[in-house]
Structure formats: C-alpha cells, structure tokens
Design a protein around this ligand. Structure first.
Ligand code: ZN
Length: 271
C-alpha cells in the first residue's frame, strides 16, 4: 500500500491555553511543535497564526512569516498555510499570507455553518484564492465540509484554476458539516477524481476512528489539536503524541509513514 502522509494541525483558531496547555500559540511554540512532530513522523504542518498577546486568531502577515521562516529553517516539513476566515473574512485578509509561497495552502470550496458562525466562502472569493495559488505555484488542499465542495473543486479544475491531480481534505464530524462515518467517507472517496489524493480530518472524538478508516482505505490523515484536544476521553493530548499514535497504529497494520520528501512525491509537489 502507498505510504501514509500524516498532517499535523497543531493550533487552529479555537483551542485556548485555558482549554489545553499543550496548544502552541506563539510562533516559537508552533515551530518547536513542528520540530517535534516531524521527528515523530509528520510530513505536513497545517499552519494558523494567533495573536501572541491574547491568543486570538490572527491574519497578520508578520506572524505567518515568522512561523514559515522558522519551520523552513529548522524542519523539512511541507508547510500548508490555512486561508480560513476566522481571523477575518475579507479576501485581502486571507490572501496576503500566500505571498510567503508555502508549498500548500487550504482552499475551502464552499460555505458552511459552524456551530456559532457562518464560514463564508463566496464563489468570487474561492476563485480569487485559487487564482493566487495557481499563480504562486502553491498546491491547494481542497477543504471539504460537504459533498458539493468536491464538485466545486472539480469545476475549478475544469476552468483551469486548479491543476490535477487534486488533493482533498475531508473534514468530518463538525456540527453543521458532514457527519463522521465510514459510509460517508466511502462516498466522499468515490466522488473525487480517480487520480486525486485525499486526507481525512475527523473532529473531536471522530479524529481517531476516521483516521483509522483512512489508513485502511489508502487515504491520508490529519491529526492535531486544531481538530481534537484529547488523546482519549478526559485525557488531554499533545500534538506529538497524536502523531506518534498514528505512526504506531499504521505500522501495526503494515502501512509505513511517508517522509516529507516522499509526501512531496505522493502529492506531486515540486520543491
Ligand atoms: Zn485549519
């Protein structure tokens, strides 16, 4: 079977130090987490920025720059910048960070209701972000919260804004989005182009079971405190421990983990 790509999403927009002391907030903490997770077996890091002052989600270019600079200097990880909108929904606030030319960036190809807010991605915004990534040579990870978002990704490829083979991330188990379940996962997998690659990010208690399904189905996995702060119920996790667990469990069933360079080949990235 193909090797397993482990993406770590260490920070996200929501977990606070009050919720878990293990969430890295400052650039220094995020870089340090990246180093530890790379040694543990991760090959991709999904990056969000926070205001070091109060921990809130940030769209400040300088913070993204510091994180990317440190990760490039100290790791071989594939950097995947989030273009998510929790720190500001306007295109200008979400595209500037792409100038850092990470190898990958997230691209959500539709809108979805989060529990207390609308994650709004208008057709114009999606196209503008896709065009920026195309021009800067950044591979989008198409974030799928619902089936229609796969279709939108395929349509963007037909328009020439995304270059196949496409890469999808199925975000499952978030209230308001697609429920976490193997039946839904099979359907999502069967709905993407045959040459596409895919990762699954299960939210909360869905992280581990959805990751295990992906291991067996030939997909890839995303772990990390952005999606889930617990190792088991009632016991807080560290990012590193979540990566290590996937390496161990995947190894137990004979699926080896990809190094960052092997992940670049699988994802058709040109470094
Ligand atoms: Zn994210």
């Amino acid at each position: 079977m193909n090797k397993l790509i482990i993406t770590v999403a260490p920070t996200g927009s929501l977990p606070t130090k009050e919720m878990t002391p293990h969430v890295p907030i400052t650039p220094e903490e995020i870089i340090e987490t990246g180093i530890r997770c790379e040694s543990a077996g991760a090959s991709v890091i999904h990056v969000h920025a926070r205001n070091p002052r109060d921990g809130s989600a940030s769209s400040q270019f300088a913070i993204f720059e510091e994180i990317c600079h440190g990760l490039r200097e100290k790791t071989n990880l594939i950097i995947q910048i989030s273009t998510g909108g929790r720190a500001g929904t306007a295109y200008e606030q979400r595209c500037e960070r792409l100038r850092l030319k990470p190898e990958m960036a997230s691209l959500t190809t539709g809108s979805v209701n989060f529990p207390n807010s609308v994650y709004e991605n208008s057709p114009e915004l999606i196209k503008a972000l896709a065009r920026d990534m195309f021009e800067l040579g950044i591979k989008p990870e198409i974030e799928v919260f619902d089936l229609g978002m796969i279709n939108n990704g395929i349509l963007l490829a037909r328009e020439g804004l995304l270059i196949p083979p496409l890469h999808f991330d199925f975000v499952m188990g978030l209230k308001g989005a697609i429920p976490a379940g193997i039946d839904h996962l099979v359907h999502l997998k069967n709905s993407i182009p045959p040459d596409a690659t895919w990762t699954v990010a299960g939210v909360g208690p869905a992280q581990l079971p959805m990751n295990l399904h992906a291991v067996m189905m030939g997909g890839h996995v995303r772990v990390g405190l952005e999606d889930n702060i617990y190792y088991v119920k009632g016991q807080l996790a560290t990012n590193e421990a979540l990566v290590k667990r996937m390496v161990r469990l995947s190894g137990e069933v004979g699926r080896e983990v990809a190094t960052p360079d092997e992940a670049r080949e699988i994802l058709h990235l040109t470094k």
